[in-house]
Each structure stands twice: as C-alpha cells, then as structure tokens.
Design a protein around this ligand. Structure first.
Ligand code: FAD
Length: 291
C-alpha cells in the first residue's frame, strides 16, 4: 500500500533498517529481526541504500523479503552514484518485487570513491531523481530540521524542500534530531514555504557511547545540554546509558505525538529489541493514538 494513503488515514509507526555489511549470516539475523517486528504492526519498514550504490541488490532483496512478510517496504534509492539506465533497471526490479514506496535521495560521495568519479552527474539533487521515478512509486524525500550542511541558510534549504514536493514527494522523513524544537521550527517554516506534505520525524536513540559517534558521523545533530550531561555522567555505565537513551526517545516521542506529529520513524540499527523496548514503554500511546 502507498504510504501517502496510510498517512491520510492514520499516524504511522515505522522502522529503518540497513543492509548488513558482513554478508549472509547477518542478513539472516536481520530477516529474523524483521519477522519479529511484525508483532509491533509497523506501517512500513524502510531499507537504506549505499551512497556508492554497490549494495543496491541487498536493498532490493531486503525490501522484497519485507514485502513477502506482509509489511510495507520503503526502499531508499540514492541517485548520486547512478546513471539513468541503472535507475531504470533498479526501479524495474523494485516494481517486480511489488515495492510501491521509494525514498528518493541524492546521497553524498563516499570518501573511497575515485576522485575523478563525477558524483550526482545525472541526478544533481533528489528532486531530479523524483522527476524520473514519479508515476512509478509513491515518493518520499529527506529533510533537515537543523538545515542541510550544504545550505547557507535554513530559508534556502526550505525553498529546495518545496522543489522536492513539486517534483512529486508525497511525504518527508527528517534527519534525526534530539531537540524537538528544531522539528517544530521546521514544520512552521516549511508551511510558510508552501510545503504541505506530512513531515515524519526520524529518531535514533543514543544507547551507547558508540552510538554518539554514529550520530556525529551520520548527521552531526545537535545534542542538547541536558542529554549531553546525562551522556557524560552515564558513559561508563552501559546499562544506565542504555536505559537513559530509551527513556529519552520515549520522552521525544510522547512530546512529538502530543504536538501532532503524523508518525514516528525509528532508526533501530537493525535491532528489533530497541523497537520492542521503546514501543513497550509506549503501549498506550501507540495503542490509542496510532489507530
Ligand atoms: P538533496 O535533496 O539533493 O539536497 C542536498 C542539498 O542540495 C541540500 O543542501 C538542498 O538544500 C540542496 N538542494 C536540494 N534540491 C535542490 C535543487 N533542486 N536545486 C538546488 N539545490 C537543491 N544517504 C544514503 O547514502 N543512503 C540512504 O539510504 C540515506 N537515507 C536517508 C534517509 C533520511 C530520512 C535522511 C534524512 C537522509 C538519508 N541519507 C541517506 C543521507 C542523504 O543522502 C544526505 O543527507 C545527502 O547529503 C542529501 O541527500 P538529499 O536527498 O537530501 O539531497
């Protein structure tokens, strides 16, 4: 089912997974995790796509498996590394697997790509990829509550966000954030810029010192002072740190839902137990406010 149709009826609960790097054993583990996530009735599960494009087969295979398990997949595609014929082949493969939803992205040139490789040669921006894919899939795009790092101002970024909507995006998922006020500011400013599609907040709990490095490497999101203080205090106590991270995500979600967020998208680093811990503490919120 198309995600825009689901969003028109209800608030969505969704998870993000990524293709494991180490091959078949980890993939089987991931499939087991996805199977168990069915119990939480997610509205969709998104599957990331390598910025260099080399793991596109894994994204297709995992999306297909999710579909076969009876959950709606959202397949990410980064246009940056690809030529139009590759995008055509990939979109045919996804269509053959019954995938209806694609998160269209540009990606960033990986550091290990040859210097002379012209990244984003054919699809300069996500909106160019959307123009190519619209009509084939229900399209989503990425957005940035703290502004995208290449943009000088948030205003400029928002004008570009409107271009994604004009190019066919039916919903947006945010970069992860830890201070909800960035999300509320984005909602307000995006509306002023004419962006009317639902903007789903993307969250990733910080459960260990290692995950702080992941956040820094992935997006550099601001860590608010109160969270930073707790991280510093609990860094040497893994169990306390883990509990704090779960509780902080629970707090963020409760606040976001109270203020009307159209859904919650959780990056769970392929760990079903993270989803279960968070959803377990929010049984009534998900039970009563996500119908
Ligand atoms: P764009 O929309 O092209 O934006 C990049 C920059 O260009 C921004 O500064 C924007 O303001 C500007 N811009 C956008 N459109 C235009 C236009 N038409 N004209 C002029 N300027 C424009 N990366 C991966 O490699 N794989 C993934 O699976 C993946 N999933 C992600 C999921 C989410 C929810 C998010 C938030 C990010 C994800 N990323 C992923 C990271 C993403 O690829 C990077 O953030 C990248 O830097 C920008 O991608 P984009 O699609 O937003 O690009």
């Amino acid at each position: 089912m198309r995600i825009d149709e689901i969003l028109s009826r209800k608030r969505t609960l969704s998870f993000e997974v990524f293709p494991p790097q180490k091959g078949s054993e980890d993939k089987e583990k991931l499939f087991g995790a996805i199977e168990s996530l069915k119990e939480l009735s997610p509205d969709f599960i998104s599957v990331t796509y390598g910025a260099g494009g080399s793991n596109s087969k894994d994204t297709v295979e995992i999306s297909h498996t999710i579909k076969k398990m009876g959950i709606e997949p959202l397949s990410h595609i980064t246009g940056g590394p690809s030529a139009p014929e590759e995008i055509k082949r990939l979109s045919e493969e996804l269509e053959d697997c019954g995938v209806e939803n694609v998160l269209a992205l540009r990606g960033d040139k990986p550091i290990d790509m040859p210097e002379d490789f012209e990244y984003a040669k054919y699809y300069h921006h996500a909106s160019d990829l959307m123009e190519e894919l619209k009509g084939k899939f229900c399209l989503g795009g990425a957005c940035y509550p703290e502004g995208h790092f290449e943009c000088k101002t948030l205003g400029e970024d928002l004008l570009n966000l409107k271009k994604k909507q004009d190019a066919g995006a039916k919903f947006l998922i945010t970069q992860v954030f830890y201070d909800n006020s960035y999300y509320y500011r984005l909602l307000h400013e995006a509306k002023e810029a004419g962006v009317t599609v639902p903007i789903i907040p993307g969250l990733m709990p910080i459960l260990s010192v290692k995950s702080i490095h992941t956040v820094k490497a992935l997006c550099g999101s601001v860590i608010p002072l109160d969270l930073r203080n707790m991280i510093e205090k609990y860094a040497t106590m893994p169990n306390v740190m883990h509990e704090m991270g779960i509780n902080y995500a629970v707090y963020q979600i409760t606040d976001l839902i109270a203020k009307g967020a159209p859904g919650i998208h959780l990056e769970i680093m392929n760990k079903a137990e993270t989803a279960f811990e968070i959803c377990g503490r929010l049984k009534n919120v998900f039970g009563e406010l996500f119908r």
